[in-house]
Design a binder for this molecule. Structure first.
Ligand code: URA
Length: 262
């Protein structure tokens, strides 16, 4: 993992900037530049010592645009069949869906989705951001599309809103929001992220979750197919500065749950 962080406002060497973004050792970064594989402001730069201010800088490395981020924050539209664990067992890791520089930076999932859950998964190398976005105290809403085995009804919605007690956990958990979207489709908004929480809550009201998609994380929406999502299923993208600010504002009156497409 790279340890060098960019310094706001102070011009830095291009090889140091690449190093800070996880492109390898300083020697490897200098080599990428000398080989003409790095462009800045639409021009190829071959001097590893060329100076640039990191603020708002977008590098182009081997054709890929790469905004310089002091701490990395990316959004993956997780497909089924991948585990969030760092040391996966039966399924491959979501890390395989990210490019090497992000893995080198040591990004980790912000909370976990089950192997068979799809949709919005944030990853970052900023431990305090992980805490900020996952702690129930900060009330960052996460929206789930729950497809059930049996029909949903108002009695189930009422119980999910009022709170249910899960096996092995005496403290009741409730949904901040719960809407019936279709005969076997609920949209649930939670601010906690306990182990298998959605599946266990749905089981506690006598139904069964057959398929689960996270369609919103704070103000970021990742609708489920056939609606178009950015990124598409299985792809990742950088979280913009405005989206990051909205995530941090969630729970302080900003960052309303994403209006998910049904
Ligand atoms: N709740 C679950 O049960 N599974 C997930 O993947 C996420 C929330």
């Amino acid at each position: 993992m790279s340890t060098h962080k960019t310094k706001p406002g102070k011009p830095e060497r291009l090889d140091e900037l690449l190093f800070s973004q996880g492109f390898g050792t300083r020697r490897v970064c200098a080599g990428l530049i000398e080989q003409g594989l790095v462009r800045v402001h639409d021009e190829t730069v071959t001097d590893p010592g060329a100076l640039f201010a990191a603020d708002g800088l977008v590098l182009e490395v081997e054709g890929q645009a790469w905004p310089v981020q002091a701490t990395a924050l990316v959004l993956l539209n997780k497909p089924a069949g991948y585990e969030c664990s760092q040391k996966p067992g039966a399924w491959p890791s979501v890390m395989l869906l990210l490019p090497p520089p992000l893995r080198t930076r040591g990004v980790q999932p912000v909370g976990r989705l089950d192997q068979d859950t799809t949709g919005a998964l944030l990853l970052t190398d900023d431990g305090s951001l992980i805490h900020r976005l996952t702690s129930p105290k900060h009330h960052v809403p996460k929206v789930y599309e729950v497809h059930t085995a049996r029909p949903v009804d108002e009695a189930q919605v009422k119980r999910l809103r009022e709170g249910v007690v899960l096996l092995d956990d005496p403290v009741a958990v409730h949904a901040e929001g719960c809407e019936i979207i279709g005969p076997q489709h609920l949209r649930l908004t939670l601010v906690q992220g306990k182990y298998h929480q959605v599946k266990r809550m749905v089981a506690a009201v006598g139904n069964h979750c057959e398929a689960l998609h996270r369609s919103g994380f704070g103000a970021i929406a990742v609708p489920e197919p056939p609606a178009e999502a950015d990124p598409a299923p299985g792809r990742w993208r950088f979280v913009s500065a405005a989206e990051r600010a909205a995530l941090l504002a969630a729970g302080k009156g900003g960052g309303k749950p994403a209006p998910a497409a049904g």
